[in-house]
Design a binder for this molecule. Sequence first.
Ligand SMILES: *Cc1c(COP(=O)(O)O)cnc(C)c1O
Length: 222
Amino acid sequence: MHIAEQISRLHQELPEGVSLLAISKYQPIEALQEAYDAGQRMFGENHIQEMAAKAAALPKDIAWHFTGHVQTNKIKYMAPFVSLIHAVDSFRLLREINKHAAKHERCIDCLLQIHIAQEETKYGLSVDECRQLLANEPWRELQHIRITGLMAMGSNTDDLEQVRNEFRKIKQLFDELKSTYFVDEPSFCQLSEGMTDDYPIAIEEGSTIVRIGSMIFGERKY
Ligand SMILES: *Cc1c(COP(=O)(O)O)cnc(C)c1O
């Protein structure tokens, strides 16, 4: 199926309140343009310089989301335009993003990445680390970032019940943090979970942004 058809089909399929983030890493400009022409306006990239080059080449009403691991020395390339940074996993990173956002007189929205899957990875906060960050670090002093929710990846497994349980835990954490720290902040409202293989489950468990790559663009290049 072609990119445009997949975009239209997903836009029809997703329930209200769930946004489609088209994950376009490694895809050529033409593929993104085809998705854009079919009505897609939110794109996610995993490499900052690739995202900056694509942002320069494509229409200006695209919201660019950064979904990769954030390298501190490259924040400057996305600070002028990035719309949401999905994978923030330390206070140090929040502080760095804040510093660059300030230079552009912007406030950059960030999600805290929670590591919940079975796979070993150095990225993401555990549930407890996330609680500790919010309890102990002076994140409220950072005027140029805003924490608007959580991001997670389900385990890469055929055991869909396990994946469902993981997403359920993320939603519980989200609700706990919302009632502890963000009661008066309607902007804390985003759960970025669900990819090509597990997005229907993620939606059932409360996802508000699904990150879909290979289902839209075809064969995985990663
Ligand atoms: C590549 C990637 C995706 C898209 O994965 P698909 O299974 O191709 O839909 C989603 N989220 C992140 C963080 C990714 O790196």
